[in-house]
Design a protein around this ligand. Structure first.
Ligand code: UD1
Length: 363
């Protein structure tokens, strides 16, 4: 069996790591196509080296652009690649523009498509990721769902027949790296200047279009981070840096200390060393949950609803509306309650390869 994985953005590289490892232990052929949606060393290269992912076989180099330009560039660049490779499956990951473009290009060439992390929904149709998820799920032939909630969404949309519950591959990679970090097999994370890793600190990220693109909204969120009573390590995505500069807003204010995005193991170490996380990232919400740190999510909804159980994660759309409660909420201690294993047992990637092989053999 020959499978082409199409990836392009940071969270997809994290998911690719356990999949590439699962393929490496088989006779199947696994071809990696990097679209080039993310091109900064901190958002791309360090994930390949840090997570031991083989170098991409093909690099499309599409770079940044409006949604239409970026999606279209991947779509047109994929035709000759799929023509040449003629895989038995195209595997697309998550919800980025690279995901949607990869799925559409394969469907148009009658190549079966599998969607990893299928069935997530925010029900917020203003999010670019929500368009990408819904359209990809409906285009794909096989929907690899990470949770029971995702399976329910797919059934509700009439896609139950194409759905397999495999668990979440992010558990595979997160727990493996956590064990390495705890065993001292990684160097200490490069936290922003001014953050003392021996003292309590919060780890923060902010990158979603809904939070960064409107100057008033971004000013409110940065102001809320600035007034927290513990130092905040803000690992700034290039989009946040670019938008703050364009809006004339300072990132470094009050409690906030600005750093760059971290490689995966450093991020895990950074979360483990923190007293909590404040973020709008889907992946980081879940990593905080898996690593046992309370998370405050700066959004009105989350796709990872399981993290909300027992207060491990809290949604805050407008910190300003909470008054003083904002600071106590963002710095609350970890709940006493256990977390269960709603995201599976850490063997999802192996299951993905198995399901792809079974479905291929049954054709
Ligand atoms: C994308 C995904 C989002 C995911 C995020 C993870 C879409 C619609 N969104 O958002 O779901 O959570 O990746 O990071 O696909 N930029 C750089 N260097 C880079 C990449 C981006 O400077 O290597 C800057 C550019 O100014 C670019 C902006 O970030 O215009 C946005 O990048 P883009 O890839 O379009 O979306 P993300 O915000 O990264």
């Amino acid at each position: 069996m020959k499978v082409v994985s199409i990836v392009g953005a940071r969270p997809q590289l994290v998911k690719l790591a356990p999949i590439a490892q699962a393929f490496a232990n088989t006779e199947h052929q696994h071809v990696i196509v990097h679209t080039g949606q993310h091109y900064d060393v901190n958002l791309s290269d360090v994930f390949f080296t840090g997570l031991g992912i083989p170098a991409p076989d093909v690099h499309l180099g599409v770079g940044s652009g409006s949604h239409g330009v970026q999606t279209g560039a991947v779509l047109s660049a994929m035709d000759p690649v799929l023509e040449r490779e003629r895989p038995d499956w195209v595997l697309v990951y998550g919800d980025t523009n690279s995901t949607l473009a990869g799925a559409v290009s394969a469907v148009k060439m009658h190549i079966p498509v599998a969607h990893l992390e299928a069935g997530l929904r925010s029900f917020n149709r203003r999010m670019p990721e929500e368009h990408n998820r819904v359209l990809t799920d409906h285009a794909a032939d096989l929907l690899l769902a990470p949770t029971e909630e995702a399976v329910r969404h797919l059934r509700d949309e009439g896609l139950g027949d194409r759905t397999e519950l495999v668990g979440d591959v992010m558990v595979d990679v997160c727990l493996r790296v956590r064990d390495d970090v705890l065993a001292g097999r990684h160097t200490a994370p490069a936290l922003p200047d001014g953050i003392d890793p021996e003292q309590p600190y919060l780890l923060a990220t902010l990158h979603r279009a809904e939070n960064t693109d409107d100057p008033k909204r971004l000013a409110e969120l940065l102001g809320a981070l600035a007034k927290l009573p513990v130092p905040v390590a803000l690992l700034a995505h290039p989009r946040l840096v670019a938008r703050a500069e364009a809006h004339g807003l300072k990132l470094q204010q009050g409690a906030v200390h600005v750093g760059t995005p971290l490689p995966y193991a450093s991020m895990v170490a950074g979360v483990l060393g923190s007293v909590g996380v404040v973020t709008d990232s889907g992946g980081l919400q879940k990593e905080a949950f898996l690593l046992g740190r309370p998370c405050t999510t700066l959004r009105s909804e989350t796709e990872w609803v399981e993290t909300l159980e027992d207060g491990w994660n809290h949604l805050v759309n407008h910190p300003d509306e909470l008054g003083d409660d904002w600071t106590s909420l963002a710095t609350r201690p970890a709940p006493q309650a256990g977390r269960g294993t709603p995201y599976g047992d850490g063997a999802a990637a192996k299951r993905v390869v198995q399901v792809l092989a079974e479905r291929f053999a049954a054709r």
